[in-house]
Design a protein around this ligand. Structure first.
Ligand code: ZN
Length: 283
């Protein structure tokens, strides 16, 4: 395989999920080896999309350039870029988050389709996990196991009967990502909304971009695309969070009730020991 970037630039506009402000985003080609880089055009700062730049994981994955310039909710766009096997791209934003669009990764895949893909004459490199790496917190667990290709086994368990226990075992491929994972929307609980709004969060959340759970039911069930959409979205988040490794992983991910915090802790644990992984050229 060779490294891939976009064939042309594409621009989209929409609302930031947490800030609630209008954001303009441009996805553009980048040189081989550049990786995925977020550019805050309003601040004149660049932030590489790497696990060690993650500064907050409570309600989405937030990157920080080390001097206070941040980009939040990067995971859905990162998932779409990883799903399309794009290694190098420049993401320019004039605000604090990519536009949430439909609350999924499919909206971003459509933009990537519009831009087209460009193969660069540079071999694509991946990270092969060599031994198990595990993290846990408050009854939630996540681990990476050696495997020939990227796959997921994720289980979630929510008290609300709208979700309950959902488990999905899934093998990554660009086609499977587009079909099984990318359309799965983000979700939230109506009981949390007032508190989030007071904190200046979820201001762009709407019944058009977020599956809204009230008690044991869904407020906007008409938006739902899969019966087990919640676990699919958690895998979408994991695909995006693990893309912050900076190269595709050859590993099996197993998670139970895991989220952005554990996903990032897992990458930090992986890279803490050089013996945990090796860089390989992808055939
Ligand atoms: Zn998400």
């Amino acid at each position: 395989m060779t490294r891939r970037t976009l064939a042309s630039a594409v621009t989209a506009q929409g609302v930031a999920l947490h800030a609630g402000t209008a954001v303009r985003m441009t996805l553009a080609p980048a040189e081989a080896g550049a990786g995925i880089v977020f550019r805050r055009s309003d601040l004149g700062r660049d932030i590489p999309a790497l696990y060690d730049r993650v500064a907050d994981t409570r309600l989405g994955t937030v990157l920080d350039d080390g001097a206070g310039a941040r980009v939040g909710v990067v995971e859905h766009l990162m998932a779409a870029l990883a799903g399309a096997e794009i290694d190098d791209a420049l993401v320019t934003l004039d605000g604090p988050e990519p536009p949430i669009l439909d609350g999924d990764a499919f909206s971003y895949l459509r933009l990537i389709d519009t831009a087209g893909l460009s193969e660069m004459p540079v071999p694509r490199r991946g990270l092969r996990v060599l031994r198990p790496v595990a993290v846990k917190e408050d009854g939630a667990t996540a681990c990476l196991l050696p495997a020939a290709a990227l796959s997921f086994d994720l289980e979630i368990d929510f008290a609300s009967a709208a979700i309950g226990v959902q488990r999905l075992v899934w093998d990554f491929s660009p086609e499977a990502f587009r079909r099984d994972i990318a359309p799965a929307r983000t979700f939230g609980f109506m009981r949390d909304l007032d508190a989030l709004l007071k904190l200046g969060l979820a201001r762009g959340a709407s019944l058009e971009n977020t599956l809204a759970i009230e008690g044991d039911g869904l407020v906007n069930a008409g938006l739902q695309r899969f019966a087990d959409e919640f676990v699919r979205h958690k895998i979408l988040d994991a695909v995006g969070d693990l893309a912050l490794a900076g190269a595709p992983l050859l590993a099996r991910f197993e998670g139970r009730c895991s989220g952005h915090g554990l996903n990032n802790a897992l990458l930090r644990a992986l890279f803490a020991e050089p013996g945990n992984y090796e860089t390989v050229t992808l055939a």
